[in-house]
Ligand binder design. Structure first.
Ligand code: TRP
Length: 433
């Protein structure tokens, strides 16, 4: 247990307390990962909370993971205390889970991550600047959070352009429909703003300038900082610890001299799912220290697993996923068999009481892929009133996804090795910077 504080002897320095807190955070996470006894976890969490209170008293500031008290470094912008011991949703680049069938509490996440809500004002502004009806992902709050988007628009209005960066890690043979979300949205941004786009495929790390920036970032981020931001522990491999610098580097324009020449001041905008935010909190933290602008962000919600919005669709769990390589029959069977239903047990009950679209996975998927707002609203109402049955709702989803995926497969067939090679080659684009 901690010593008594404030009575001179035995009092701890802020640094000692900070280190104890970081270790205790690790301990709580390790217990949770190991699915230890509830009482054991609770005891560890209690100690963590007590340490936080002590720390605040001694250091005169809230504990911030990754920000040691005496180090004169910039705080990660509002990173969460990764060691949070309360009953929060889990959201990090490797895990997404909640106990709520409606999915993660995104408003809470905005507060925890310290990002900003994409409110009506911002959506209206995007419409005005882009001169286009906002994408339904914006209208429906699928992209719901941002960092510095107003700044991007301010600059754009003054003819200062920006570029887009997004990415994909290779997690399985095929991508699933959830992976499409950031790409669909990025394509829309690319079209309406007419700006360059870089896509990082994180198994393809070979470009010199990018690597120079990777090293620069690695030089300016401490182990303590990544520990705080990502929850790494002493037993994580060094590859994992150094990886965030690789994901950070494309946020800086001089990583791409073919596109931007020597300019290091071109603003970057990153559309991604919100679980990627820790990488870019780190990036935004390090940016001013190495003389680059902070990248701006647009965050999306998660694409729910077929089994329910408690987790996201995951390529490593084939039953939870509809892959872009699935046949029409597989799509149909998976939805009919696995898509969690907010309907009632019997038709009679359903007709009488109606279904719950808020927990119904088929309905949630339609909010992503059915573009017609009125049709979607009618489906919602009919399902909630009981006029529309679960089987009928699933049929609408199946008939929405089958052609969408078939078209994707059609276009995929046209892609030759030559096309791939061209896309993978660093090259000049048709933009002048
Ligand atoms: N980490 C991402 C993944 O696992 C891949 C990625 C790299 C990425 N750079 C990115 C995602 C930039 C969004 C934005 O798929």
């Amino acid at each position: 247990m901690t010593d008594c504080l404030g009575d001179g002897e035995g009092a701890k320095t802020p640094m000692e307390l900070y280190e104890e807190l970081t270790a205790q955070g690790d301990q709580v996470r390790a217990l949770k990962t190991a699915k230890a006894e509830k009482t054991e976890i609770e005891a560890a969490v209690q100690l963590l909370i007590k340490l936080k209170v002590d720390y605040k008293q001694v250091a005169g500031q809230d504990y911030k993971a990754g920000c040691p008290p005496s180090e004169n470094s910039v705080a990660p912008d509002n990173g969460p205390a990764a060691s949070g011991g309360d009953d929060e949703d889990t959201v990090d680049p490797w895990n997404v889970s909640t106990t709520n069938a409606k999915g993660v509490d995104y408003d809470k996440l905005i507060v925890r991550f310290g990002s900003s809500k994409i409110d009506k004002e911002l959506v209206d502004r995007i419409e005005k600047v882009a001169g286009q009806r906002p994408h339904h992902f914006l209208r429906r709050g699928i992209f719901f959070s941002h960092r510095d988007m107003h700044q991007v628009l301010d600059a754009y209005e003054k003819q200062k352009s920006f570029y887009l960066y997004t990415g994909r890690g290779p997690s399985s043979e095929s991508m699933h429909v959830g992976h499409l979300i950031p790409f669909i949205f990025t394509k829309w941004l690319q079209d309406v703003f007419d700006i360059p786009l870089v896509i990082q495929l994180t198994d393809d790390e070979k470009y010199l300038f990018l690597v120079l920036n990777v090293v620069k970032i690695q030089k300016h981020v401490t182990f303590n900082q990544v520990k705080g931001i990502f929850g790494f522990t002493d037993s994580d491999c060094i590859g994992k610890i150094s990886f965030p610098a690789i994901q950070a580097a494309p946020s800086f324009s001089n990583s791409f001299p073919q596109i931007f020449g020597s300019r290091k001041d071109i603003q970057c905008l990153i559309p991604c799912a919100i679980d990627q935010d820790p990488y870019f909190r780190m990036t935004r933290d390090v940016a001013p220290r190495i003389g680059y602008p902070k990248p701006a962000l647009l965050h999306s919600t998660f694409f729910p697993a077929l089994q329910g919005a408690q987790t996201k669709m995951s390529a490593s769990d084939a039953n939870s996923s509809i892959f872009l390589t699935d046949t029409p029959k597989q799509i149909k069977n998976k939805i009919n068999k696995h898509a969690f239903s907010g309907g009632k047990d019997t038709v009679e009950e359903h007709r009488q009481d109606g279904g719950n679209p808020d927990v119904d996975v088929s309905f949630m998927y339609l909010t992503f892929f059915l573009e017609d707002d009125e049709q979607l609203e009618k489906i919602r109402q009919d399902y909630a009133s009981g006029a529309l049955l679960t089987g009928e709702l699933k049929k609408i989803l199946i008939e929405t996804l089958q052609p969408m995926i078939a078209q994707h497969q059609e276009r995929r067939k046209q892609v030759t090795d030559e096309t791939v090679k061209q896309f993978m080659t660093p090259r000049r684009l048709n933009f002048h910077f």
